[in-house]
Design a protein around this ligand. Structure first.
Ligand SMILES: *[C@@H]1O[C@H](CO)[C@@H](O)[C@H](O)[C@H]1NC(C)=O
Ligand SMILES: *[C@@H]1O[C@H](CO)[C@@H](O)[C@H](O)[C@H]1NC(C)=O
Ligand SMILES: *[C@@H]1O[C@H](CO)[C@@H](O)[C@H](O)[C@H]1NC(C)=O
Ligand SMILES: *[C@@H]1O[C@H](CO)[C@@H](O)[C@H](O)[C@H]1NC(C)=O
Ligand SMILES: *[C@@H]1O[C@H](CO)[C@@H](O)[C@H](O)[C@H]1NC(C)=O
Length: 485
């Protein structure tokens, strides 16, 4: 008798929740896969469901991932990497093949709810030296034509995720916003194309990068809880750089005759390690501040409707380039193993807080550390650490990072262990020259500095043992080089 009223109460709460979360709104997340040990796609899709993400943005169109998203009810943005733009720009046939293999087949055979194709990723970044400037619009046109031919154009829209440096404001006032002068004409053509095809403008906005690039950036202006550096733009008050940046785009669109074009924020987030301003506290403050606005249905001063956004990102990626900075490996809401980094409420589930991945399979509970009998003055220490760090992830060892307070022995152990874990705890991966290293069962973690145990590489395992044998040989040969006099 007690069960019935409790059950119906739960049902009513669910109903209320369903009413509060209107269709089409909600929050998305980016799912990148540049990791040495990616979680199995089915585990990740379960994580997305458990956490109530309604939308996911991919950087390619991996068939195993799309298969896992089949019938999940999650809306998908698939991506075309920049290195495919050349062939897609030059060949309608290539675009038709891409759409047939990477969109049509999944939509029809697997019931994957593909809504967008992202053509390129930040192709106009200044670091690309203009390589993709001439290719993006033709590729966009060919992919759109292919979608039309496939009969998918009303359901699947094209877009181009752009870096926020494609526009700016000479005065820093949003109302002076316009597109970057070197690509102004091109941006207008792209905007017209998107508008004509009912497609959205996608932009990635990173307040963290503003702070990283400018030590004098007023830190409170990066977050959503008020700032003494507020900007007054003709009566519109900007208390955070996200709103100011977003509305600079709105003004740029409006000024050029496309004030109603819909905007997707393709990436927004804050990293948790690898730099003094990349930490759990700031990441939580930023993401919770952003999500609280989304939950409240609040937009920006120029666009009052809630922002359509994809958090960056779901899980850390330890195989990315650290050229942009050491923080680059730490954007995840979750660590590599799918464990939650800090509490975050998205307002999408009844539990109202993010939950970690389930049924994760780890390697054994053992670590590679500097041998207690080895000396930090051993001449092999320097080369061994450099070697380990050139293959492994040592981005948590710098000033102000999670392991920035380790002593020299701790530092060396951290590098050895990360290398050992990345190489799946192979015996040969903990055999640094001069007996510098040894394996231990005692977790060397101290405070926030975690010596992680890697997850089992199920994906590599599925692809056969050939690659791990290859790794074994590489490790062995490299270590041999070190031991030579
Ligand atoms: C489909 O996408 C995958 C992953 O992005 C890519 O490797 C493949 O070449 C694409 N297929 C075609 C026909 O372009
Ligand atoms: C861009 O140019 C710089 C300097 O000329 C060069 O070092 C870099 O490799 C180039 N990048 C690309 C993506 O072509
Ligand atoms: C934008 O939308 C509003 C309201 O729907 C409409 O009145 C206006 O004409 C539109 N402007 C443009 C430039 O399409
Ligand atoms: C530990 O390693 C980091 C990164 O290599 C370095 O900046 C730091 O000075 C090292 N600390 C000690 C005590 O060796
Ligand atoms: C390493 O340790 C082994 C066994 O403890 C010992 O036989 C060997 O001589 C040591 N090698 C070096 C280079 O110290």
């Amino acid at each position: 008798m007690l069960m019935a009223p409790l059950k119906s109460l739960g049902f009513m709460a669910l109903l209320l929740l369903a009413l509060l979360i209107s269709p089409g709104s909600g929050i998305g997340v980016n799912w990148g896969t540049q990791a040495t040990h990616p979680l199995p796609p089915s585990t990740v899709v379960q994580m997305l469901k458990d956490n109530g993400f309604q939308k996911v943005k991919l950087f390619d169109a991996d068939a195993s991932i799309l298969k896992a998203l089949s019938k999940s009810g999650i809306q998908v943005m698939v991506g075309i990497p920049n290195d495919m733009l050349l062939s897609l720009a030059n060949s309608v046939q290539a675009a038709e093949d891409w759409v047939a293999q990477n969109v049509s087949s999944h939509v029809s055979a697997n019931a994957v709810d593909i809504r967008y194709v992202a053509v390129g990723n930040e192709p106009f970044l200044e670091t690309y030296n203009g390589s993709y400037v001439g290719l993006t619009l033709p590729a966009l046109g060919n992919v759109q034509a292919a979608l039309i031919k496939a009969g998918l154009a009303s359901q699947v829209k094209v877009t181009v995720p752009l870096n926020a440096d494609v526009y700016g404001s000479s005065t820093n006032l949003p109302s002076d916003g316009d597109f970057r002068s070197d690509i102004h004409e091109l941006m207008l053509q792209i905007v017209k194309f998107l508008n004509d095809n009912g497609a959205p403008f996608t932009v990635n906005i990173y307040p963290y990068i503003s702070l990283y690039n400018d030590p004098n950036f007023p830190i409170d202006f990066g977050f959503f809880d008020g700032s003494s550096s507020a900007i007054n733009d003709g009566g519109r008050v900007y208390e955070n750089v996200f709103d100011a940046n977003h509305d600079t785009l709105v003004w740029a669109l409006q000024k050029n005759g496309y004030g109603n074009l819909s905007i997707i924020v393709g990436e927004i987030g804050w990293p948790t390690d690898g730099d003094k301003n990349a930490n759990l506290k700031y990441a939580q403050r930023f993401n919770q501040g952003f999500m609280s606005r989304v939950m409240a249905g609040k937009g920006t001063p120029m666009r009052s409707s809630p922002v359509d956004a994809y958090l960056f990102s779901l899980i850390d990626e330890d195989a990315k380039s650290i050229k942009p900075g050491n923080f680059e490996l730490h954007w995840g809401l979750f660590y590599l193993d799918g464990q939650l980094k800090y509490p975050l409420r998205l307002g999408t589930t009844s539990s109202n807080g993010l939950v970690s991945a389930k049924d994760v399979r780890y390697l054994a509970k053992k670590w590679c550390v500097m041998s207690p009998t080895a000396s930090v003055d051993d001449p092999q220490v320097g080369p061994s650490v450099s070697y380990a760090c050139s293959h492994a992830d040592c981005t948590s060892l710098g000033y102000g990072t999670s392991c920035g307070n380790l002593d020299s022995r701790g530092n060396i152990s951290y590098a050895f262990n990360n290398y050992y874990q990345i190489f799946n705890q192979l015996d040969s991966a903990c055999m640094f020259p001069n007996n510098l290293s040894s394996v231990t069962d005692n977790d060397p973690s101290v405070g926030d500095c975690k010596f992680r145990i890697m997850i089992q590489n199920l994906i590599a395992a599925e692809q056969g043992i050939a690659s791990s044998l290859r790794l074994n040989v590489i490790v062995f040969v490299s270590l041999l080089i070190f031991t030579l006099p």
